[in-house]
Each structure stands twice: as C-alpha cells, then as structure tokens.
Design a protein around this ligand. Structure first.
Ligand SMILES: [Zn+2]
Length: 198
C-alpha cells in the first residue's frame, strides 16, 4: 500500500514538473518580461497569462486616428513615430544638434530630454543618458529577434527609439532616439549662480 502511494506521488510530481517546463515553451510566453530599470509602466497596461502586454485603448492624453496621425506627421515621421520604424543611422538632423534647450516629442510636443543629457554615442542616432521625469514609458520589445527595451512618449504613445544599458555615467543608460521622432526647442542658457547673484 505504501509502495503504491509512493508511485502515485512520484507520478503527480513528475507531471507537475512536465507541466511547468511545458509552460516555458508556450507561444508568447516570456520568461523575463520586464527589464529592471523600467522607469514607468503604461497606465492600464497589464501582463496577461502568456506574459504579453495588453494595452487598454484610450490610455494616452493625446490620441488620434491613424489617418489623422499620417496627415499631421507626414510619411517619414509617421513611419517612425506610429509604426515603430527606425531611421537610417547618421541621417538625422538632430544628431549634431549641440545647442542648449529641450528635445520634445515630434508628435505631441511633450518635453522629453534636456540638451545637457545628450552625448555623442557614435551610433549615428541622437543619444541621451536620461529622460525628463515621467516623459517616457519603457517596455520590452522582442521584435526582429532581439530583446530590447522600447521607449515611447508617455503623452501620446508614439515610438521614439530604444534604451540600452551601455550608456555613460551617471545613469549608465543610452536612450537611442530617432532624430525624426524629436524636435529641438532652443532655450536661453541660464546664468550661473555666481552671475545671478550680481
Ligand atoms: Zn508624444
């Protein structure tokens, strides 16, 4: 009797192990869905049983129909911002923009990056080591057979680029942005503290 019970338990245990290992091979299952440095999660975005993100419609402050976006942005910006495209390296107008100011979302105008956080990464795309607080949402992107972290605008959901963890100090992050996803707004450089006291 005890022997039978042992066999029974062994069968239960092995079928449980089989079930959990089978889960790893289910289509769409992502064993490690969220990189640790994610700064924001998308409001209303939830992981479903398959480890995929499902987005509830109407989560962004700025939303338009696809046709309206296309009309507003023009074909090149539309392809990047609304279709998650990538511009060719070293072609972007803002790659060599070194002025003082702020880089805003080309789709909705939300300020995204300060010029003081821009650096030359040598990749051919405008690169920043930090985004403005709450300006972007980061989420896993498994497209093209690569595990990357996509960066989207938190106000309109437009695709901006990707973030990697091989950036410079102090964050160690590299926000690799499409120049066409951004617009530059020059600002007057503030006086230093010493000058302001005079
Ligand atoms: Zn935007």
């Amino acid at each position: 009797m005890i022997f039978m019970r042992t066999i029974f338990l062994a069968i239960i245990a092995s079928s449980a192990a089989l079930a959990s290992s089978a889960l790893l091979f289910l289509p769409g299952h992502h064993p490690n869905p969220a990189p640790t440095h994610l700064v924001n999660t998308l409001k209303g975005e939830k992981l479903n049983a398959h480890g995929e993100y499902s987005v509830t419609p109407k989560v962004f402050k700025v939303e338009h129909s696809e046709a309206s976006w296309k009309k507003m942005l023009g074909p090149a910006r539309f392809e990047i911002l609304r279709k998650a495209g990538t511009e060719e390296a070293f072609t972007g107008k803002l790659l060599n923009e070194h002025g003082y100011g702020v880089f805003v979302c080309a789709a909705c105008g939300q300020p995204l990056f300060k010029s003081t956080t821009k650096f030359d990464s040598g990749t051919g795309w405008p690169s920043f080591w930090k985004a403005l607080p709450g300006a972007v949402i980061e989420r896993p992107d498994d497209s093209l057979g690569m595990e990357r972290t996509e960066v989207i605008c938190s106000r309109c959901g437009s695709h901006l680029g990707h973030v990697f963890d091989d950036g410079p100090n102090p964050t160690g992050l590299r926000y690799c942005m499409n120049s066409l996803a951004l617009k530059f707004h020059p600002e007057k450089k503030p006086h230093s503290v010493k000058q302001a006291k005079r």
